[in-house]
Design a binder for this molecule. Structure first.
Ligand code: DX5
Ligand code: ZN
Length: 232
């Protein structure tokens, strides 16, 4: 499948860092309106948190949510974060549903199995990402970082929005950043706000996911929140 313009957001970011509003904290009854507003407020891409109640203690959304987002936002970059035990079961469905990037966790698949899944995701037409949780040693990510378009360093233990940023992950981010090519993004997710964005930037992160810092403020304040994170 040919790369869509949405892929270009991650490959050739016009603005650095990219800001990705996480719809986990959007109003699920007004999803279209909240997403449109977040994009108009300066969001570069939309982040979809997929949870299976096993890898993390929460349930959220599946490929149908992605499909509807793609319908209402045909050119948006959709970043799917799979916090699930069996990402190989769902990756192709998300690609078919219009995901731009699909990230799974190194705690679930590492080594050659992870590289194979990245190839499967790419042949299904999406970019591939690898995520790592705060307590996990960075070595398995460093070994295969070159095989991914996006490396995601979690700055909270995943499962819920609204948690406090864990600063110790910044060292891990620096180690990953040292290996990356210019076409690879280093994403941070969890507790990112105007207060923590500067430390993320200094550690080399160039794609900031934020739920509470964007959707937790009134619509009129979201452009300011996004600008403050970008310019931190
Ligand atoms: C956490 C999710 C995050 C979450 C971030 O499990 O992966 O994407 O939405 O929420 P905030 O920005 O509130 O920490
Ligand atoms: Zn996430």
């Amino acid at each position: 499948m040919a790369a869509t313009p949405a892929h270009e957001v991650f490959k050739h970011p016009a603005r650095t860092p990219l800001i990705g509003p996480s719809i986990l904290s959007a109003d699920f009854g007004r999803m279209e309106e909240d997403c449109r507003q977040a994009i108009e407020a300066g969001g570069d891409y939309l982040h979809l948190d997929v949870m299976d109640g096993r890898f993390v203690p929460n349930l959220t959304m599946g490929p149908d949510m992605c499909r509807w987002m793609r319908k209402y936002f045909p050119t948006a970059a959709l970043d799917v974060h799979l916090m699930v035990e069996e990402p190989e079961k769902f990756a192709e469905a998300f690609a078919a549903a219009g995901a731009t990037n699909i990230t799974f966790h190194v705690e679930v698949h590492s080594g050659s199995a992870a590289v194979r899944l990245a190839e499967k995701i790419r042949s299904a037409g999406a970019l591939a990402g690898l995520a790592i949780n705060p307590p996990t040693a960075v070595a398995p990510m460093l070994e295969i970082a070159g095989a991914f378009d996006m490396l995601l360093v979690m700055s909270v233990n995943p499962g819920f929005s609204g948690q406090a940023f864990i600063p110790s992950v910044l060292e891990k981010a620096k180690a990953v950043k040292g290996l990356l090519r210019p076409d690879q993004r280093l994403e941070v997710d969890g507790g990112v706000s105007p207060k923590t964005a500067r430390a993320c930037k200094d550690a080399g992160m160039d794609a900031f996911v934020a739920a509470t810092a964007i959707f937790g403020v009134a619509p009129a304040g979201r452009a300011k929140a996004i600008r403050e994170m970008r310019e931190a």
